[in-house]
Design a protein around this ligand. Structure first.
Ligand SMILES: Nc1ncnc2c1ncn2[C@@H]1O[C@H](COP(=O)(O)OP(=O)(O)OP(=O)(O)O)[C@@H](O)[C@H]1O
Ligand SMILES: [Mg+2]
Length: 260
């Protein structure tokens, strides 16, 4: 069973159909990609999954349960984690405190049958203090633990946001342009980290304009254009799909550089 399933989601903003009958599945233990040009509906789709935006039609299923009517906090507790296209961190808190915020969500796991594993720790269940240390260590943030996040460069702040999401122990993690603001070295390391998380069992849905990162880490891609899924399949299948080349990349073949 897929960890996350979107079933014919549509979103209207007034007269504008931002997402149109969008269906896709995210499997545990792999990185899936959601790509498409600016304005295609990717962030809106994430917002529907999290419950920030209400769809005009369609359903969101987590582990087979229809969560379409659940609030954002309930979805977070049940295992939906995310980062934001426009970085959302607590600038006046330290790196360690930002990551600790993610733990808070686990104080109320009543709707969950059992605690989810910490995929960064290979699926184990470390105690909270150890877990924060482990997250900081794995994200190479230990030396910055007591720094205020507002003073950090974007690359580090994005890792802090990821650390906070991981501290909540998601079963599916939505990443909205996480490589934006990272340099080449940081992007490669980030891709490696996604591979580790997926190999430990986490389901990841990646929205990203960095085509080389997408092609390297994603096993499965869905392509949105004007709110519709115009193609889905492996990166190899998608990169040679004519609808994708025409509608999303113009005439350039996928892999030549940033998509927008
Ligand atoms: N709150 C809103 N009210 C009205 N229109 C919106 C709202 N949010 C998004 N839109 C519109 O919905 C469409 C999809 O936007 P969305 O942000 O989901 O695209 P995206 O694929 O994430 O683009 P990008 O790659 O630039 O981040 C756009 O036309 C956008 O202007
Ligand atoms: Mg977006």
């Amino acid at each position: 069973m897929s960890v996350l399933e979107l079933d014919a989601l549509s979103v209207r903003f007034g007269g504008h159909l931002a997402v149109s009958e969008c269906s896709m599945r995210v499997e545990g233990g792999r990185v899936s990609g959601l790509i498409g040009p600016n304005g295609a509906g990717k962030t809106t789709t994430f917002n529907v999954i999290c419950g920030v935006v209400q769809p005009s039609a369609g359903r969101v299923l987590l582990d087979g349960t229809d969560i379409s009517k659940y609030g954002t906090h309930q979805r977070a507790r049940l295992g939906i984690g995310r980062t934001f296209q426009r970085l959302e961190v607590f600038g006046s808190l330290t790196v360690r405190e930002n990551v600790q915020v993610g733990l808070e969500i686990r104080r109320s796991w009543s709707r969950r049958k059992a605690a989810l594993p910490q995929y960064l720790a290979g699926g184990g269940d470390p105690d909270p203090a150890e877990e924060i240390d482990l997250i900081l260590e794995r994200l190479e943030l230990t030396h910055l633990a007591d720094e205020l996040v507002g003073a950090l460069p974007t690359g580090h702040a994005r890792l802090v946001e990821l650390g906070r999401a991981l501290a909540a122990r998601p079963s599916v993690l939505l990443l909205d342009e996480p490589a934006s603001g990272l340099d080449d070295h940081e992007t490669v390391a980030f891709g490696d980290l996604l591979g580790v998380l997926a190999s430990n069992g986490l389901g990841i849905l990646l929205v990203e304009h960095d085509v080389s990162l997408v092609m390297r880490v994603c096993e499965q891609l869905s392509v949105l254009d004007f709110g519709q899924v115009i193609a889905s399949g492996t990166p190899e299948e998608v990169r040679s799909n004519e609808a994708v080349l025409a509608a999303y990349l113009g005439t350039s073949p996928v892999g030549d550089g940033p998509a927008s």
